[in-house]
Design a protein around this ligand. Structure first.
Ligand SMILES: NC(=O)C1=CN([C@@H]2O[C@H](COP(=O)(O)OP(=O)(O)OC[C@H]3O[C@@H](n4cnc5c(N)ncnc54)[C@H](O)[C@@H]3O)[C@@H](O)[C@H]2O)C=CC1
Ligand SMILES: N[C@@H](CC=O)C(=O)O
Ligand code: NA
Length: 436
């Protein structure tokens, strides 16, 4: 039987990993796919650099459009990244009747609705397993393995770079920027690393998972996004003293009035499995009404872990080449005409517990004022930790854990406490989840 010809766009970290895995495991992969997979052509804008893979037998070009317009190519594998030229290339590939595999979460989260509609019309597939949690087959698990469930919520560590930074800060007391430079050198970070540390990359991935979980359109711009760059070493230590770890979580939850969609640092009880997911590893907990909580764990970034997901998508497409488009697994798990516009809730309506660090002067009555404000806002305190004066100004950190409260009440309480004469700096707040 004839081999299936693919064209790869971008031979960086993920592209070179994909070439290496396809070549090294060629026999095993074709036994699974039923056909040989041939890397017919590949494009990189810089064809003179030293590629981290063996390109023997691959026609290399610096013109990515020549790959998507090549009539021999059946599957285009987009590994350039971004939403500029990558979007044009993917659109062109679909218009040319080619299937697409991509690792590009920004592209799917921001332009997926139009891309899927176009792919549906042209009878081709866009596969994007590598776009969420790297090598973990989370898209497949949710779209196919959990198809019998009403998914209630999901929560995940879905950025390897951010988790690597938080782990190194906690375990080795290293500073934020040194660890980020290392994560970049290891090929984990996005082209613009603020996407990793400010939660944008996690928000892209969460947007995609929420659509698959709840059958709603992709709505990246409605995702609440808060990064980890303000987390101080002392917050990591105080959280540990109270029995918690700080993790950067993406959380999507179905409520009676809509869907919560939020990315922020979160305190999690240290005994939870997900609190012990370290380094570049990712983990996602998905709670279905029938199955209960399920946990998916693995490498969330890196060359070959991500290539593992890219190659699995290629195999899926090769297997489906002979099936009718309408019998294929829908892009967002639900049939396109069954996608519902359930509202994404504003953060003011989200209810969580909180960790607060308040820097105050060490004077009588300070705590009484704070607790009075809490009580007026209906906020119950779960635990208090008062430390010795730590800075030159003699300010005392008071650490508080609260019971669940609506975000709008907490916003009001924080505004009033920050206005007190004795409170000298902005209050550090981190939301908490039990994930039970
Ligand atoms: N690095 C990782 O661990 C992961 C990356 N991803 C995603 O995979 C995609 C690729 O990421 P990386 O491989 O890390 O990036 P990279 O920067 O290492 O590789 C991108 C490659 O594309 C080439 N390129 C740029 N513009 C081009 C153009 N117009 N035509 C042809 N080639 C062009 C660059 O020269 C480079 O070799 C991104 O969408 C990223 O978000 C997804 C999961 C994990
Ligand atoms: N920059 C991303 C790469 C994978 O998606 C991350 O660090 O997780
Ligand atoms: Na994945």
């Amino acid at each position: 039987m004839q081999s299936v010809k693919i064209g790869i766009l971008g031979l960086g970290t993920v592209g070179s990993g994909t070439v290496s895995v396809l070549k090294r495991n060629a026999r095993e992969i074709s036994r699974r796919a039923g056909r040989d997979i041939e890397i017919f052509t590949a494009a990189d804008r810089d064809t003179d650099k030293n590629f981290d893979c063996d390109l023997t037998g691959v026609a290399l070009t610096d013109d990515a459009f020549s790959v998507v317009n090549n009539p021999e190519v059946q599957i285009v594998v987009e590994l350039i990244g971004g939403t500029g030229v990558a979007r044009d290339l993917v659109m062109q590939a679909i218009d040319n009747g080619k299937h697409v595999v991509t690792a590009n979460k920004a592209l799917i989260a921001m332009h997926g609705n139009e891309l899927f509609a176009n792919a549906q019309e042209k009878g081709v597939t866009i596969a994007f397993e590598a776009a969420v949690a790297g090598g973990i087959p989370i898209i497949k698990a949710m779209r196919e393995g959990l198809a019998g469930n009403r998914i209630e919520w999901l929560a995940g560590i879905i950025n390897g770079t951010g988790n690597y930074i938080l782990t190194e800060m906690r375990d080795k007391g290293r500073n934020f920027s040194d660890v980020l430079v290392e994560a970049q050198a290891l090929g984990y970070a996005e082209a613009d690393p603020t996407f990793d540390v400010e939660g944008i990359d996690a928000a892209h991935k969460l947007t995609i998972m929420a659509s698959i979980a709840f059958g709603i359109p992709l709505q990246f711009y409605k995702c609440y996004t808060e990064g980890i760059s303000k987390i101080a070493q002392e917050d990591v230590q105080y959280a540990a003293e109270l029995g918690y770890r700080i993790k950067h979580l993406g959380i999507a939850k179905r409520t009676a009035s809509g869907v919560e969609l939020r990315v922020h640092p979160t305190l999690i009880p240290h005994r939870r499995l997900i609190a012990n997911v370290n380094g570049v590893m990712n983990a996602v907990v998905v709670k279905g009404d029938a199955v209960g909580p399920t946990l998916y764990y693995g490498a969330g970034a890196g060359s070959e872990p991500t290539a593992s997901a890219v190659v699995a998508d290629i195999v899926d497409i090769v297997r489906a080449l002979t099936s009718d488009p309408e019998n294929r697994v829908p892009h967002l798990a639900f049939q396109p005409d069954a996608i519902k516009d359930t509202p994404i809730l504003p953060m003011s309506e989200v209810t969580t517990s909180y960790y607060l660090r308040i820097q105050t002067e060490d004077k009588p009555g300070v705590l009484a004022n704070i607790t009075r404000i809490f009580s007026e806002q209906g906020i119950n305190i779960e635990a208090i930790l008062q430390k010795q004066p730590e800075d030159d100004e003699g300010l005392v950190p008071i650490i508080m854990l609260t019971q669940p409260v609506a975000e709008q009440n907490m916003d009001e309480a924080i505004a009033q406490i920050e206005a007190l004469d004795t409170v000298k700096t902005t209050i550090m707040r981190i939301r908490m989840e039990t994930l039970g």
